[in-house]
Design a protein around this ligand. Structure first.
Ligand code: MEV
Length: 313
């Protein structure tokens, strides 16, 4: 056992396929190292958690409904690994509830820190088993995409309950990520889509199928370095997500603003109803121009990168 254990995870961006991925369609996501979480763990007389959002004992944490996923995760790790009491110190730059995978990432960083502290081997399968356990409590019916994207280093083509494929994302374009500053509602949005499927059946299934097809087209556009095509696919996917009722006014306005300023494409990313949008721009100049416009419109934070694993520009 080490004196201090250390665990890290990144945020994630879903390029395409959110929501439809819950229904067995493919999605493309990548780890977003523009934001991340670091957790340190060491022995302590009681189980104690220190973070920006919560500071107290495990028993006190049980009183906070939004933390039940982490309480259960900590309890199961403590039992499975027969751990002594410990203090977790969690430092995050991932905005919570913004579609950037913060709940999965915090789980990844805690699990990694605890296994590191105990000097125990942790393979991907074991890591994902614990993250999925925590995500099941946080999100009810998660596809598992957040767990994979926040724990990896490569873009992924993801399908629920299937081995995922990693690939290179090298498109000649720039990706702008913008945080509306509005808390997303992934859990509720996923539930509402499920209700829509129940109520309207075939028409909603058709939208989900179309989203699945767009992911496959996006993969081809990426492999063939067709930035314009990829942009069109992203916007088409936003229009379908609107029909699934998972967008909101601010996201829609921000998407239109980007498109009106020559973006190749734009869409919400993640659970929706708030959170973040992503914009594809043909060059750095256009990306910076749109970035300024979105900031003036009221976006709380923006990140700009080449289209691939995070490379700040
Ligand atoms: C959340 O980041 C992505 C959703 O598709 C839900 C999930 O896949 O679990 C909305």
């Amino acid at each position: 056992m080490k004196k201090i254990g250390n665990g890290h995870a990144t945020g994630k961006i879903i390029l395409i396929g959110e929501h439809s991925v819950v229904y067995g369609k493919k999605a493309i996501a990548f780890p977003f190292a523009g934001v991340g979480i670091h957790t340190l763990v060491q022995a302590n007389p009681t189980v104690h958690i220190q973070s920006k959002y919560f500071n107290g004992t495990l028993d006190e944490m049980k009183q906070v409904t939004s933390m039940h996923n982490l309480v259960s995760l900590i309890e199961v790790l403590k039992k499975d690994l027969e751990l002594p009491n410990f203090c977790l110190n969690i430092k995050s730059t991932i905005p919570a509830e913004r579609g950037m995978g913060s709940s999965a990432a915090v789980a990844v960083s805690i699990i990694r820190a605890i296994f590191d502290w105990q000097a125990l081997p942790l393979d991907e399968k074991k890591l994902l088993k614990y993250v999925d356990y925590s995500e099941q409590i946080a999100h009810d019916n998660p596809s598992g995409i957040d767990a994979v994207a926040t724990s990896g280093t490569q873009p992924i083509l993801f399908e629920k309950s299937q081995p995922f494929e990693t690939f290179q994302l090298n498109v000649d374009a720039y990706l702008l990520v913008a945080d509306t500053g509005i808390k997303g509602q992934t859990r509720q949005a996923v539930k509402d889509v499920a209700n829509l499927v129940q109520q309207k059946g075939a028409s909603i299934r058709h939208i989900i199928d179309q989203l699945g097809d767009l992911t496959l087209e996006a993969k081809t556009a990426i492999v063939e370095n067709q930035a314009e095509k990829l942009g069109q696919i992203m916007t088409a996917s936003h229009r379908l997500l609107q029909k699934l009722t998972v967008s909101n006014h601010t996201l829609d306005q921000a998407v239109e603003l980007a498109l009106n300023h020559h973006a190749l494409g734009a869409k919400l990313t993640g659970g929706g109803r708030g959170g973040c949008l992503i914009v594809l721009a043909k060059d750095l100049q256009n990306a910076r121009f749109i970035q300024e416009k979105l900031i003036s419109y009221g976006m709380k934070r923006t990140w700009l990168q080449g289209l691939g694993v995070y490379q700040n520009v």
